[in-house]
Design a protein around this ligand. Structure first.
Ligand code: SF4
Length: 452
């Protein structure tokens, strides 16, 4: 692949956006393994050819075509798509057709660089003339990750509902493995079980998702949970409870965070990572919040055209948030009658946490606002330690760190900043070991939240 130096800026609008999937294969990045697989299965149920990209195998390619100033998740996802293309070209030879694929890369609005990944990756793909026809489809936070225009109109709403359902189920399956693995009877049992269960859930979503047979999907989830519980050795006493918050990609991607959860578990932790649904709910909450603010301004200035527009937006985001929160609550309630996995806070509650002590503002946006509030909730809510995970130089990650450090210090809760790039930091293991020593001390002195 010889790079072409000319940049075609028209391509940033023509080849990045919302495209109808049609007969193309939709390529899904594996930020979170379980979620990527169940979402791909849900797509397949809706007659979309969806495929999860292998991840972290093309990191060298990602680094080769970035300058080093981009965020680490951008390097990883770029490497994943370039690696896939290389393999696909080898497999298909002259039959390789870039128009047969759509690369699915959501973006986020806001003052950090996530909104630019897809544009940057477009420029890189365009530097290989044969790849200029491989389109990037981009869900955006601006319309609450709507899939309108990508699927047939009559399928959009059903997909959005089932897709959200699959995300919450994926969160619960992750939480299930973090709940049972520290107490497993034999090493490896929990990992084998969750891998098998993920495939069962893929089949379940592929067949039951399009018919919105949510009750039957939950029945299957309950069966999985009951099986998972048998892996727990009841003679192993509770362990210190560690909360992970931070940048979503790094929190979720085990390659990128160098398998942080497993390392913490090796040092005696039980871990709860912030969920995927938290971010998706935040996107709807933020859309509603901004629509309200703009409506108030339009009313003050009597701009009637805008009043109607923002009112419509408010209703749309409000209904979306209400649906998601009710659905999430319903799923966690069913699961809660089988096992004590951690629940999610409502986003409005997290905003109130910030407001109460005037710690930060949702007006600033980015994940910093939910991370800061979540850290305070963990610190006051019986956790024995908190880890803030983020890509090296991540703006919201470093902001979070600057705000919370003195606060958790005051509360006497062990706290660790865990910035990652692809290098192996020599002091990382020692830092985690020291942190876990403090977490054990905290647990001995204060106990922990029992039914987290
Ligand atoms: S959240 Fe951090 S890693 Fe993600 S785009 Fe923003 S600055 Fe980069």
């Amino acid at each position: 692949m010889e790079p072409n130096k000319e940049i075609n800026f028209d391509s940033l609008t023509e080849n990045v956006g919302k495209f109808h999937f049609g007969e193309t294969t939709v390529l899904i990045p594996a930020m979170n393994r379980i979620a990527a697989h169940v979402i791909a299965a849900t797509f397949r149920g809706f007659d979309v050819h969806a495929k999860v990209l292998e991840t972290y195998k093309g990191l060298d390619l990602g680094k080769k075509y970035t300058s080093g100033k981009e965020c680490y998740p951008c390097q990883i996802t770029l490497g994943d798509i370039l690696y896939f293309i290389e393999r696909e070209k080898e497999r298909l030879g002259n039959a390789f057709n870039p128009e047969a694929y759509i690369y699915f890369l959501p973006e986020s609005d806001g003052p950090c660089r996530f909104g630019l990944y897809n544009k940057y990756q477009r420029i890189v793909l365009d530097s290989f003339p044969e790849l200029s026809k491989l389109k990037i489809t981009s869900l955006t936070t601006r319309d609450g990750y709507s899939l309108a225009g990508m699927l047939e109109e009559d399928k959009v709403l059903d997909f959005q509902k089932t897709g959200y359902f699959s995300l919450v189920v994926a969160d619960i399956m992750d939480r299930l493995v973090w709940r049972i693995r520290p107490y497993e009877k034999e090493t490896g049992m929990a990992d084998d079980f969750i891998e098998r269960s993920m495939h069962i859930m893929e089949d379940t979503f592929e067949t039951r998702g399009p018919k919105k047979e949510f009750r039957k999907i939950l029945n299957k989830l309950e069966e999985i949970i009951e099986e998972g519980k048998t892996i727990i050795d009841p003679s192993i006493p509770p362990k210190p409870l560690i909360g992970i918050v931070g940048e979503i990609f790094l929190r979720m991607h085990v390659g990128a965070n160098q398998d942080l959860i497993r390392v913490l578990e090796r040092h005696g932790a039980e871990v709860v990572n912030a969920s995927l649904a938290e971010w998706v709910n935040y996107v709807s909450y933020d859309g509603l919040r901004r629509a309200k603010m703009k409506l108030r301004l339009a009313l003050k200035q009597m701009r009637f055209g805008e009043i109607k527009f923002y009112l419509k937006n408010m209703i749309r985001f409000g209904a979306d948030l209400l649906y998601k929160e009710l659905r999430q609550k319903q799923i966690y309630k069913r699961v809660g009658s089988h096992i004590d996995v951690a629940k999610d806070h409502k986003i409005s509650h997290l905003e109130n946490v910030l407001k109460e002590d005037d710690l930060f503002s949702f007006d600033v946006g980015t994940e910093a606002c939910i991370s800061i509030a979540a850290i305070m909730e963990c610190a006051r809510g019986g956790f024995n330690g908190i880890v803030n995970v983020y890509p090296f130089t991540c703006m919201p990650g470093t902001t979070t760190s600057a705000v919370v450090k003195p606060l958790v210090n005051e509360l006497g809760v062990p706290y660790l900043d865990a910035p990652y790039d692809s290098s192996i930091q020599p002091g990382r293991e020692a830092a985690i070991r020291t942190f876990m020593y403090q977490a054990h001390q905290h647990y001995r002195r204060n106990g922990r939240e029992e039914n987290h």
